[in-house]
Design a protein around this ligand. Sequence first.
Ligand code: AHR
Length: 618
Amino acid sequence: LLVDASEASGRPIPDTLFGIFFEEINHAGAGGLWAELVSNRGFEAGGPNVPSNIDPWAIIGDESVLNVSTDRSSLFERNKIALRLDVLCDSKGPNACPAGGVGVYNPGYWGMNIERGKTYKLVLYVRSLGSVDITVLLTDSSGQKLAAANIIASASEVSDWKKLEIPLEALGTSHNARLQLTTTRKGVIWFDQVSLMPLDTYKGHGFRKDIFQMLANLKPRFLRFPGGCFVEGDWLRNAFRWKDTVGPWEERPGHFGDVWLYWTDDALGYYEFLQLSEDLGALPVWVFNNGVSHHDEVVSSVVKPFVQEALDGIEFARGPPDSKWGSLRASMGHPEPFDLRYVAIGNEDCGKKNYRGNYLKFYAAIKRDYPDIKIISNCDGSNKPLDHPADLYDFHIYTTANDIFSKNHRFDNVPRKGPKAFVSEYAVNDKRDAGRGSFLAALAEAGFLIGLERNSDVVDMVSYAPLFVNENDQRWNPDAIVFNSSSLYGTPSYWVLRFFTESSGATLLKSVLQTNFSSSLVASAISWKNSENDKDYIRIKVVNYGSNTMNLKISVDELENSIQASGSNKTVLISTNLLEENSFSEPDKVVPQQSPLENAAAKMDVVLPPRSLTSFDL
Ligand code: AHR
């Protein structure tokens, strides 16, 4: 491998090359990154009609003592459903309630994580025809008390809806806890918008801290959100529409994501995604619906309201605090504009009947009002030039390990002019290769990423997909980060991405691989500054995808004097089992391992084990 390390040989790699793609899939947000512990907090999961689906709320008591129903008496206009309890038993006498009372409980998203010493903020809305005496309990799954409070109020206090905020300090720990609301007083009680959040979310912004940290460690340069198919919907009526996801959380209608088949309260809404991007130091890439879903479409002649919705969304993100939509953002706590520079018109909609016509309308309107915003088309511009203007085009690839590895050459011959590629979804997803996130998949992806890095004059951005899975609801396999109520781990693909993002902002150096084994080897050379130790390095990465050991001569021109006297090192990703996976119990089984590199030199003979990623920092 010949590397030219002269300054003249270098080409800056786009700063934005490595980022992340968040989709509300696999309960990534609801029951994941968003720290809300109550599932279906507004009882709306069945939609706006009664009876609504109150799942996973469950009833404590039977029909002889309690009737549970839903009605449309909520205080909130956009989500009218409330829960009604007709309590038939009383505190004493022949009609006494069972010990512990009657009521409802919520098990959260497959169990709430309650930790001793931490405080949880309960917010709920209550109404009753008489006085109330309600017991609030956090318990573990066997009923053991973790925290408790009482709600005692006179009839006049609760005759109209009353908002209550109650801090609950946990006296014990359970990863499978539940929230219980019970009473032993006869009467009628309504509950609505019952929320339980840990106090310590990231900066108080509502993000579950351990999950946020996994993202922060990736140092992503952009965040594409909120989908994926989630943006499209199987039907337009179930698509993600930003205006329904902003403003006070209690007033958001929520919606049924009909592609991944679950309800979201949209607490993690458009504002929160923009906030998340800012918190991660990543540029937001907003994907919006362009009037096209999986099964229905709006024709271009009447797509104007969708176009206006997108313009309003951009104003929400960037408009001054005295603009119509900017003022809503300001009222939510962010008077400064968010740094929105990228939008994508739809997801995987190229080829749909109205895509091109709709796209052109969005494009013209956005460029007219926001000429600096970069617009991403869904049509692949790598095979033939696009028939419409765009700054970038989406490129998605889900395939086998062999195929993605061979695709390290995919962008070698695409035209160097015109819109850039945004590889916004890539993964090995063939079950035989990927398992639930295997070493083999990650290795092949590493080869693909080296190819993208080499072609980063035409590839501007790249993100793995999907990012998250709650282990209790896997709708797509594999995923980069696996979690449950209290723990998490990264699959090997996560660690490969993390390894690549470490050197974001690098310069690509000219390198030539002279070998007869070019179908199983791929390499790149970059110069970069390691922000951890503030040292400048030349990093040479090689994937040996073949099953033979390779001996490689590395020769780096212009390096003689600048080899790190100390601090040269080597990173290797390897496993004896191609299908090896990480797990909750062994989260670090397959991760790149770094060790000091003895005898670092401008000319080195190195040994590349079969099926390995090896990287040298000189
Ligand atoms: O990442 C999972 C899905 O794959 C995305 O929703 C979609 O864009 C693609 O088909």
